[in-house]
Design a protein around this ligand. Structure first.
Ligand code: PLP
Length: 408
């Protein structure tokens, strides 16, 4: 086990009490190192923002803040949250269906750039900006046909979706913008796919963004120098040993920026999942193990109402087992050895499944199952109050403190 996993395992054991354990554990030290390494590996004209929706817990944001240039928010609620806790951090605001009140709040609070999703949104923004006597700085979010770039399992573009402006409508938007100086166009925003696991394919996608942007700049005579290439770098939940090759990507990016002559552009990345997924763990203590129609099931404390990621993505989520020796009952402890086990939670629905037919050497009731890659789109996308079970504990391992201090 790595140092980080050992620390997480020790923390989970220490956190066990009278009631079976159910907890999120976040390794903030690992998060800080990961974010610092990503930021340092980018070419000078590229910068890293964090897409807050992946995990907006305050300790996560506080850990990231020194390493990212700013935060990408996708709602008035996120904007409020970031402004309250990081009044000076650069903020960019995207997402479909923004309210007038949200656009006004963005203008009021000095959001650096708004990512506009439609011509109507442009019109409403201009109308608000005029009434507030302000200028609005924007990127246009564009959906364009993908030219030979292989699609991932989650696409927001390259086909009909509600996200961004169809590239075919761009001339209409630009004609309108030319008559509305209260809006300043700085460039374009693309976020066409998530779950990207292939560094080469991601570079090919970026090359298309670069070329398309330059072509529009020339065709329409635009004075622009900013490009947001979105997030979308994936986590390989199915084969955790084979992750996105960030080194190959960042090296390739430096070459691409030069070969495509993009050195004078400010290029922005706004990943969510790839920044925070790996720092989070969801730990559940095994309440029961049973055999049914020839299959083994482990029922854990908690479930998809806390950790919806496996169900949302349709995968069997990777986990490791932390043995716990304590057994309070006067009867034998159920367990399995060299078996395949399906892990479910406490909900009364067959959809409450976290892992399917996962091979285990030994698992006993009372042991801990610790799911890795649970730091992004995990707690924050789950339906917490279904069945009114208590919420899990949230434990943040602070780099400065020994493990026992986290167990409060
Ligand atoms: C969700 C989202 C992101 C982050 O996506 P990840 O797949 O988590 O990297 C970035 N930009 C936009 C516009 C998004 O909607």
């Amino acid at each position: 086990m790595t140092l980080s996993l050992t620390r997480v395992a020790e923390t989970a054991l220490l956190a066990c009490g009278d009631e079976p354990l159910c907890a999120y554990i976040y390794d903030l030290d690992a998060l800080a190192k990961h974010a610092a390494a990503l930021a340092a590996s980018l070419p000078d004209n590229c910068e890293l923002f964090y897409a807050v929706k992946a995990n907006s817990d305050l300790p996560i944001l506080q850990t990231l803040a020194p390493h990212v240039r700013g935060f990408e928010v996708a709602s008035g609620g996120e904007l409020d949250w970031i402004r309250r806790h990081f009044p000076d951090a650069p903020v960019i605001f995207g997402g479909p269906g923004k309210l007038d009140s949200e656009l006004a709040a963005a203008l009021e609070s000095g959001v650096e750039l708004l990512h506009v999703e439609s011509l109507l949104e442009l019109r409403r923004l201009a109308w608000l900006a005029r009434s507030m006597n302000k200028q609005a700085d924007v990127l246009l979010r564009i959906n364009l046909a993908l030219d030979g770039v292989p699609a991932t399992t989650l696409t927001m573009g390259g086909r009909a979706t509600p996200f961004g402006i169809d590239a075919g409508r761009l001339p209409e938007c630009l004609t309108w913008l030319a008559r509305h100086p209260e809006i300043r166009l700085h460039g374009f925003h693309f976020h066409l796919m998530s779950h990207q696991l292939d560094a080469g394919a991601h570079l090919a996608l970026l090359r298309q963004y670069f070329r398309q942007t330059r072509q529009w700049q020339e065709q329409f005579g635009l004075t622009i120098n900013r490009l947001n290439v979105g997030g979308g770098i994936g986590i390989n939940y199915r084969e955790p040993g084979r992750q996105f090759d960030w080194n190959a990507f960042s090296n390739g990016l430096a070459v691409l920026v030069e070969s495509e002559n993009m050195q004078d552009w400010r290029i922005r990345f706004e990943p969510g999942r790839y920044l925070t997924a790996a720092c989070g763990y969801y730990a559940m203590q095994v309440l029961d193990i049973k055999q049914c129609f020839g299959r083994y099931f482990a029922v854990g404390r908690g479930g998809t109402h806390h950790f919806r990621t496996p169900y949302a993505q349709g995968h069997s989520h990777p986990f490791f087992i932390v043995p716990r020796e304590h057994w309070p009952y006067p009867f034998p402890r159920p367990g399995v050895e060299q078996a395949e086990i399906t892990v479910v939670g406490q909900l009364c629905t067959p959809k409450d499944v976290l892992a399917v037919n996962a091979p285990v050497e030994r698992l006993r009731v009372g042991d801990l199952l610790v799911f890795s890659y649970a730091g992004a789109y995990a707690w924050h996308i789950s339906h917490h109050d279904f069945l009114r079970h208590p919420h899990p504990r949230h434990i943040y391992l602070d780099p400065q403190e020994p493990v026992h201090a986290a167990n409060q």
